[in-house]
Design a protein around this ligand. Structure first.
Ligand code: FAD
Length: 387
């Protein structure tokens, strides 16, 4: 469908997560009518309620997109700088491996929940219409009607659309609906490793209990722990283990098993995590997978971006950054005008190769992080690079 030159263009986004809220802002600021449908309730109504913090590494690629959306300042106000990886060796030694020559080349730890709140508010302020409790449940692509379900009462709602944008994450309902009418060439490869999140609370004096300006890594060969700082002086620890073998999520089943593993392999981290047993038993193990998709759009009727198009394992810390770059690229194509099907095709041509490259780097970085960053040859090489 070509949008008439005079009419205000309209677009329907599925998912008000990180990518959905950012793209909504970019388009609404350019004068588009934007409707965003989100399965969950409005997180702003509850506000940030404390409890578990989950954070993400924000890199320059992501910050560029945030600047274009006018969100960088608000996001950076709660970000914690990470100037390198702090490697924790088995014998308790640590080594800071800088990401760049100085603090002009760093990454940032941002709180996922707070980031989402900021982006939603900025999208709404820009004029986007946000609809919560609207989970996409089906699409009639011929009639251009999307169906949504309200999880509170099970009611169904139909909405007419010009084009749909799927920013509804790795388990995208829009991707599933597109897959019913076209072969998307979809393939998911599971890593065979999963993760659990634990928490390091603030120190007794209220400060950080370990170096705040670093991404901490405890590499142990086939598995590892990492910890990223939060602005409330906590760290989110992520334990990555294989699904099978020893140790694995098959052998480390409860809090007592987790304590024994930490005593043996992560001894300097153990005293930092007072609620290890509770965290381990309460928090679910998350699966890790890479989603490969040959086709990201259905002519001018639907297009996918972010995790919905290219979910990746988290070891390069680039899933969100890559999703934000998608938003900028798609917004540029759309704002250039012309046929939407052509814009979606050009967007796919531009972004698919980059997404594939980042997916491969993310898989490779798992080996590097868990196995090589504490290797003597590797450390020597890094030291020489820094000279
Ligand atoms: P999401 O953030 O998943 O948002 C999807 C939205 O769609 C959600 O709000 C969801 O409720 C909504 N939705 C779902 N289904 C429907 C439906 N049927 N109808 C309507 N709405 C729906 N990336 C980084 O850049 N740096 C990191 O350090 C990093 N660390 C990570 C650590 C872990 C453990 C994991 C798992 C991922 C990590 N990532 C990281 C990746 C990052 O989380 C994702 O790439 C990013 O969240 C993708 O954004 P998105 O908007 O595409 O999807």
């Amino acid at each position: 469908m070509n949008t008439s030159a005079n009419a205000t263009p309209h677009i329907t986004l599925i998912g008000a997560g990180l990518a959905g809220a950012l793209l909504a802002t970019l388009l609404a600021r350019a004068g588009w009518r934007v409707d965003v449908y989100e399965k969950r309730g409005d997180p702003r109504l509850k506000g940030y309620q404390g409890g578990r913090s989950i954070n993400l590494a924000l890199a320059e690629r992501g910050r560029h997109a945030l600047r274009l959306a006018g969100a960088d300042e608000a996001v950076m106000a709660q970000a914690v700088m990470m100037r390198g990886r702090m490697v924790h060796f088995l014998d308790g030694r640590t080594d800071l491996q800088r990401y760049g020559r100085d603090d002009s080349e760093v990454i940032w730890s941002v709180h996922r929940g707070e980031l989402n709140l900021i982006l939603l508010q900025i999208a709404q302020d820009a004029g986007a219409n946000l609809h919560f409790h609207r989970g996409l449940s089906g699409v009639d692509f011929d009639a251009r009607i999307a169906r949504f379900r309200d999880d509170r009462d099970g009611s169904e709602h139909e909405v007419a659309f010009d084009s749909l944008v799927g920013a509804d994450g790795a388990g995208s309902a829009l991707r599933a609906a597109m897959g019913e009418v076209a072969d998307l060439g979809e393939r998911t490869e599971f890593l065979g490793h999963s993760y659990k999140e634990l928490e390091i609370p603030p120190a007794r004096d209220g400060g950080f209990s370990i170096e705040p300006n670093a991404l901490h890594i405890w590499p142990r060969g086939r598995y590892m722990c990492i910890a990223l700082p939060n602005d409330e002086r906590t760290f989110t620890v992520t334990l990555f283990l294989p699904n099978q073998g020893d140790p694995s999520f098959e052998t480390i089943r409860d809090g007592a098993d987790a304590r024994a593993l930490f005593q043996r392999d992560f001894a300097d981290a153990l005293p930092l995590i007072p609620e290890l047993e509770r965290d381990f038993e309460r928090n679910p193990a998350g699966l890790l997978a890479t989603l490969y998709l040959e086709r990201w759009h259905l002519d001018d009727r639907a297009v996918l971006l972010g995790d919905a198009a290219h979910a990746m394992v988290p070891f390069h810390g680039q899933g969100m950054n890559c999703a934000f770059e998608d938003c900028v690229a798609l917004a540029e194509r759309l704002l250039a005008g012309g046929d939407r099907g052509d814009a979606f095709a050009a967007f796919q041509r531009q972004r698919l190769p980059s997404a594939r490259a980042i997916q491969a780097m993310a898989l490779e970085n798992y080996l590097e992080m868990r196995d090589r960053v504490d290797d003597d040859d590797y450390l020597l090489q890094r030291a020489l690079e820094r000279e």
